[in-house]
Ligand binder design. Sequence first.
Ligand SMILES: NC(=O)c1ccc[n+]([C@@H]2O[C@H](COP(=O)([O-])OP(=O)(O)OC[C@H]3O[C@@H](n4cnc5c(N)ncnc54)[C@H](OP(=O)(O)O)[C@@H]3O)[C@@H](O)[C@H]2O)c1
Length: 129
Amino acid sequence: MTKTWLITGTSSGFGKQLAQIVAKADDTNLVATARKMNDLDYLNEFDDKKILKQILDVTGSKKIEEVVKNTKKKFGGIDVLVNNAGLGYFSTIEESDMKQVQYMFDVNVFGLANMTNAVLPTMRAQRSG
Ligand SMILES: NC(=O)c1ccc[n+]([C@@H]2O[C@H](COP(=O)([O-])OP(=O)(O)OC[C@H]3O[C@@H](n4cnc5c(N)ncnc54)[C@H](OP(=O)(O)O)[C@@H]3O)[C@@H](O)[C@H]2O)c1
């Protein structure tokens, strides 16, 4: 059975690598998200019937809901959520810029929580995911 994967932060790094693997597989649909649409151009070589490209900053909960809605509209459900979008921040405590520390939590913690909260009702309704 075809499985639908939703992966955040697929512009580079692990997210991009995984998106390419999922896009190549026969039995998967891919929802690839990035903050800039042209960062997803590398997916143009794949069959667009099984790919959905979406702009998403995981700090925006309205946009998260929209991505989930668009995914369900195109593929009917979501089987795998990969909360890959994230960033690192390295500093001593004394030299930390608290705005940047806060932003790291907005992305890595609350972004992940908001994504998961938005997707779980679909997985619960499917009784799988
Ligand atoms: N590499 C490591 O050694 C390592 C170790 C531990 C954990 N991790 C975690 O693994 C994940 C992938 O790491 P990576 O090394 O592949 O890093 P990466 O190449 O920097 O990729 C991070 C991805 O997250 C996206 N992103 C950042 N902030 C975002 C936001 N507000 N909304 C949506 N997307 C956002 C980036 O998009 P943009 O291109 O738009 O910035 C990029 O696509 C990250 O969560 C990272 O924290 C990595």
